[in-house]
Structures are given as C-alpha cells and as structure tokens.
Design a protein around this ligand. Structure first.
Ligand SMILES: NC(=O)c1ccc[n+]([C@@H]2O[C@H](COP(=O)([O-])OP(=O)(O)OC[C@H]3O[C@@H](n4cnc5c(N)ncnc54)[C@H](O)[C@@H]3O)[C@@H](O)[C@H]2O)c1
Length: 387
C-alpha cells in the first residue's frame, strides 16, 4: 500500500489554495505516487478563517494554534504559507519537532532568520524545500536539461525579468507586501528572488552584484484585513494612508562564479505586464528564450544549424519533456501555475519518500537570500557587493 504523509498547512490564503490543490491533484498526475499526501490540518489566524480553509481546501481539521499542530506526533510535513515574517519561527519549530518542511519563498524577511532556518534543518536532518515553483515549469526544466547537456555551450549571458502591474495603482491597499517588518523587501524579495533562483538553477552561483532600487509610491491606504488580495481588493482612496517602506522596483547587474554576466529586473508597477517572467540565456553555441506568459513554449537557437535555417525554434513542451509523462498526453494542452505547484509537490513528496534533499532546499534558498541581501546593500552603497 502506498505510504501516507500527513500534512499540516499554515496559512490559507493564495498559496494555501495553490498547495492544497497540489496535494489533491499530485497523485492524479504522478501515479503510482511516491507517497500519498493527506490534507490533515490547516491553520489560520482565526477559527473562522481556519474553518473556511478546512472546508474549501479539503483538510480534515482546522486550528488556530500552529505551534501545537507542528508538535503533533501524527504530522509528517509542515507546509508554511504565511507572510514572510512568520517563516523562521514556524520552520525552526517544525525542524526541532523533526518534521519535513515546505516553506514558501522568500525563505524569510531577514538574512539572519534565513541563516537560522538553514542551520535548524541541517542540524535536525529533516527534508526541506523552498517553494520556488517557476523552475518546475516544464519549459524551464527543458532549458535546464539543454544547458546541462551542453547544447548551448558555455553560458556567457543571463537576462532575467519579473514584471507585474498589480501594485501600479497608488490607491492599492497597504497590504503586508508593502511593509518591511513583514515582507522584508518589496519587488526584490517577492518576485526578484524567483529570478535569482532561476539564475542559480540555470547558470550557477552569482558572485557579485551592482543594483538600484526605487520606491515610486511612498504611501498607500491602510487595509483592514490581514491577507493580501494583490491589488484586487476594493480601493479606498479616502482611507488614511501610511508609508510604504519597501522597493517597488529593482534593477541589478550580476556576475556569476563561472564568468558569465547578466542582469535582473523586477517590478510590480509595470503596466501591461501580468506575470512577465522572461529569461534569455546566451551561450557559446546557442541561445534560449522563455516568457512565462507563453509558458508552454521554449525558444531555442543552436549556432551550428545550417545558415539557411538558423534561428530560434519554438518547442511546445509535452510528454517528451521533463515531467511530461505525468502531466498531459499531448503538447500545448496548456501548462499553468497549478502544474508548477503539482510538480513541486511531486518533487517534495518523492524526496521525502526517497529520503533525499530536494532542490532548492533551505541551503540553496539561503544562497538566494544572500544575493537579495547583496542587491539591497548595493542599492544603498552604490557599489558592487560581493557574495
Ligand atoms: N511561490 C509563489 O509563486 C508565491 C506566490 C505568492 C505568494 N508566495 C509566498 O507565499 C507566502 C504567503 O503569501 P500569500 O500570497 O499566500 O499570502 P496571503 O496574504 O494570501 O495569505 C496568507 C495567509 O496566512 C495567514 N496567516 C498569517 N499569519 C498567520 C499565523 N501566524 N498563523 C497562521 N496563519 C497565518 C493569513 O491569515 C492568510 O490566510 C509568502 O511568503 C509569499 O511570499 C509565493
């Protein structure tokens, strides 16, 4: 009989929905499943929110006491889907209780807490994973495979963007994502860290950076509720306003340990861009281009193609590509955000079943935090910062 793993999920907001969906759907795609995730307990700040999350996301129980849930003997995996300032306390308690951990990105809101989290899981020996799910888009997994096989040669250049526009309206509410004490940083930690993870995954470790950050919208209307509707909440232009103390936008030059150079840009105020994660990677024998808004596709150019047919070709990911056998039977049926979370869940549950650390584990996520910290520092000092 397939082994079962009891999940305790903390936080029933946007990511709670994505993770609960993945626990339910993973065995439907990846069968036989490495183990069966059981949606055991969901935790939120009030009984009403927790009960709602239990009923909506298919958990057996609801609680408002995350610490006692984390310490329960019947819990195998703790899944942290709360705002960033709670990640460290929850993950360290889970590691001490011997639970495997999936933690949403960024690892924490301060570098010191991220260091403590990585130390805690190393010392306890539990499986840890940070939820940088975009690397699990099949087209990005295919890019990784082509790069690893040397198909585009030595990497010379990486350009990564993550552009959104949900916070471009100055009357969008002051949710936790605009508060340094909760989020740690703005576009940098929220979406720039995904690009850093992709750069590490596809090119290798970043060694130094020179960066700028900018806050265009200096204050926003105070919000009543705790969770963040990402700009979709009702605008209250007459509500009292309070300062935004995080960045709206970041641009960074990057140097990699392997000699490649590149850049990163992230903004949540780029009108017309919704979830515009783009990657362009140039090597000595070809190039790769990816745009998440067309995420079934990978554009690849091989320099040794005959001169009269040379150019970017478009590959629609499907059964022949990474994770393809589990997902859909023909290419171009449509890969979505859900699929990235289902694959993330498959990789997490496989790692636990096989007792191997998945990627990115907390050590790798800590490296992402170190780069984000260096970017923030460079924006202050106006100098190159080394890792
Ligand atoms: N991987 C991705 O693509 C992605 C996308 C969005 C958010 N995230 C990350 O996921 C995390 C959560 O973001 P979200 O968008 O789901 O936020 P959200 O505001 O939608 O939901 C957060 C939930 O956590 C609950 N919560 C807050 N404090 C709590 C506590 N002490 N105990 C229990 N529950 C608590 C809130 O009530 C709310 O239900 C953040 O770290 C964020 O950066 C990742």
């Amino acid at each position: 009989m397939t082994k079962k793993l009891n999940i305790a999920m903390i936080g029933g907001g946007f990511m709670g929905k994505a993770h609960a969906m993945a626990y339910a759907a993973m065995p439907m795609f990846f069968w036989p499943a490495p183990a069966l995730p059981v949606r055991k307990v969901v935790v939120d700040v009030s009984q009403e929110l927790a009960d709602d999350a239990r009923d909506r996301f298919g958990f057996e129980e609801a609680s408002t006491d995350w610490l006692s849930v984390v310490q329960r003997d019947d819990i195998d995996v703790v899944d942290i889907c709360t705002p960033n300032n709670m990640h460290a306390e929850m993950a360290i308690a889970a590691a001490k209780a011997g639970k495997h951990i999936l933690c949403e990105k960024p690892l924490s809101n301060t570098l010191e807490d991220a260091e403590r989290m990585a130390t805690a899981v190393r010392e306890s020996g539990v499986i840890s994973m940070a939820a940088f799910n975009y690397r699990r888009t099949p087209a990005i997994a295919l890019a990784k495979k082509l790069i690893s096989e040397g198909k585009i040669g030595e990497i010379r250049n990486f350009r990564g963007t993550y552009l959104q526009d949900w916070s471009a309206d100055p009357d969008g509410p002051l949710s936790w994502r605009f508060q340094k004490s909760v989020a740690g940083s703005g576009a940098l930690g929220d979406i720039g860290t995904h690009v850093i993870d992709l750069a590490h995954h596809l090119v290798g470790p970043i060694s130094s950076t020179m960066a700028m950050t900018k806050t265009y919208i200096a204050d926003r209307p105070i919000q009543d509720s705790g969770f963040d509707a990402l700009g979709a909440s009702e605008k209250k232009s007459d509500a009292p306003r309070a300062p935004v103390d995080v960045d709206d936008e970041v641009s960074a030059l990057l140097r990699f340990e392997n000699g490649a150079i590149g850049s990163l840009e992230a903004s949540r105020n780029a009108f017309g861009r919704n979830n515009f994660i783009t990657l362009e990677i140039h090597g000595t024998q070809g190039s790769i281009h990816f745009n998440y808004e067309r995420r079934d596709e990978l554009q690849v150019m091989f320099a040794d193609d005959p001169a009269d047919t040379r150019g970017f070709r478009t590959i629609y990911t499907g059964p022949a590509h990474p994770y393809g056998e589990g997902l859909w039977p023909i290419p171009a049926l449509g890969i979505g955000y859900s699929e990235t979370k289902i694959v993330e869940c498959f990789d997490l549950i496989s790692a636990i079943a096989n007792n191997e650390q998945p990627s990115p584990n907390f050590d790798e996520a800590l490296r992402v935090e170190r780069v984000a910290h260096a970017i923030a520092q460079s924006a202050e000092t106006d100098r190159w910062e080394s890792l």
